[in-house]
Design a protein around this ligand. Structure first.
Ligand code: GLA
Length: 393
């Protein structure tokens, strides 16, 4: 989709001649390390070139006006700085409202209102973190408009709090971190327990990362996301009856195998197994990427999907069909679901020259089995949330 001229739409929508500032926050993919963040493990995400733009000006009164070109049917949503409480009627605007409330709550001075227009090119509900993207773009715009000094990792954590306490999805830190801290052509290896991180160049030789959308929409609030989290917490509590650990991420595969009988119930054992094995795979994947061993990296991606399918049970027919079709194609080094699962997107590392065949074949297999189409994008790894002049003006 070509980007519209956001400044023009901004001026028309808010009936102003003032020139707004432009901000951008990406979406993210996760290369490997799924459902490990809230289990104190490692993740390996990267920010992508799709994302959320925001254009904004400060006001002189206390009013906040929000407009999203993606939800134009909702019109301009208005509220007052003094009343930032969650309000169902405000729909998508609860994300920026939540960010404003939490940034203020952290002691930053926001003493006037703002007009903000949003435009995103991340497919909604596709597991590429459109919600964390709108949170983080709001964070950088507030930082800039109100001349605030917000440590970036604090902003990331405030974004997660908005998601957890204000929106009510019990998600981990991965999405906001990937989006707040992203760096062009790099993935981030993040220890979600300590927040230690480092950037790893994503060098794929003659390969590209394809993002493939199942087009099966889901919201995390309506999925089994929170249930999986509770099952892992229960498994941890069972293990803690005999082991002194803080999170599942503290256990090695060997320790898990030795002590898994402590966990009551087969399904909770499987959930914990995934979290612990996936954490080990993530650390191994970083090593393989650094050694330039793409084949081994791809195999770990494949194992990750199988574990998410059979042990964590968050894939579903659509993602499994897509990933299995991808595995069967020549030139594919690895493929797996990315994000929370239950629909959303898969990623595949595909040899550049074979991308067209890959798309055609996977498209055909998927449509025949599922009954509707999958959509293909090439992932470009871009920078994290920032003020920008690029792209849309
Ligand atoms: C969602 C959550 C993340 C993470 C992933 C699964 O994207 O927002 O915190 O738990 O699912 O890895």
């Amino acid at each position: 989709m070509t980007n519209p001229n956001l400044t023009t739409v901004f001026k028309e929508t808010f009936d102003t001649t003032e020139t707004p500032h432009l901000f951008f926050a990406p979406g993210r993919i996760n290369l490997i390390g799924e459902h490990t963040d809230y289990n104190g493990g490692h993740v390996f995400p990267a920010s992508i070139s799709f994302g959320t733009y925001a254009v904004a000006t400060k006001r002189t009164d206390q009013k906040l006006r929000f407009y999203s070109m993606n939800f134009s049917e909702s019109g301009v949503i208005t509220c007052d700085l003094a009343d930032l409480a969650y309000n169902e009627a405000d729909k998508w605007a609860n994300y920026p409202k939540g960010m404003i409330q939490y940034i203020r709550g952290a002691g930053h001075k926001i003493d006037a209102g703002a007009d903000i227009l949003f435009y995103g090119d991340i497919p909604n509900g596709a597991g590429l973190s459109s919600s964390a993207s709108i949170e983080m773009v709001t964070g950088v715009l507030l930082e800039n408009l109100f001349d605030l000094d917000i440590n970036r990792i604090d902003m990331v954590q405030l974004g997660q709090q908005v998601e957890n306490k204000y929106i009510g999805v019990n998600s981990g830190i991965m999405d906001q971190f990937a989006i707040g801290m992203g760096k062009q052509d790099h993935a981030i290896l993040l220890n979600c327990q300590t927040l230690d991180y480092h950037y790893a160049p994503v060098k794929l030789d003659n390969h590209v990362i394809m993002i493939i959308n199942t087009n099966k929409q889901r919201t995390l609030a309506g999925s089994k996301y929170n249930e999986r989290r509770q099952q892992c917490e229960q498994a941890l509590a069972d293990l803690q009856t005999a082991l002194s650990i803080q999170s599942l991420g503290d256990l090695s595969k060997e320790q898990f195998d030795q002590h898994k009988q402590l966990i009551k119930g087969v399904s909770n054992q499987k959930r914990a197994k995934h979290a612990i094995y996936e954490n080990a795979r993530t650390l191994e994947a970083l090593e393989k990427l650094q050694q330039g061993d793409l084949k081994a990296f791809g195999n770990l991606m494949n194992e990750s999907h199988q574990s998410l399918q059979h042990d964590y049970e968050v894939t579903g027919m659509e993602l499994d069909t897509l990933v299995a079709a991808a595995w069967d194609q020549p030139g594919v080094i690895g493929a797996r679901m990315t994000g929370a699962g239950f629909g959303g997107c898969a990623i595949a590392i595909v040899e550049k020259e074979l991308v067209e065949d890959f798309k055609q074949n996977v498209y055909r297999i998927y449509t025949e089995k599922v009954g509707y189409e999958a959509t293909f994008y090439t992932a470009m790894i871009g920078d994290g949330a920032k003020e920008t002049t690029e792209g849309v003006l």
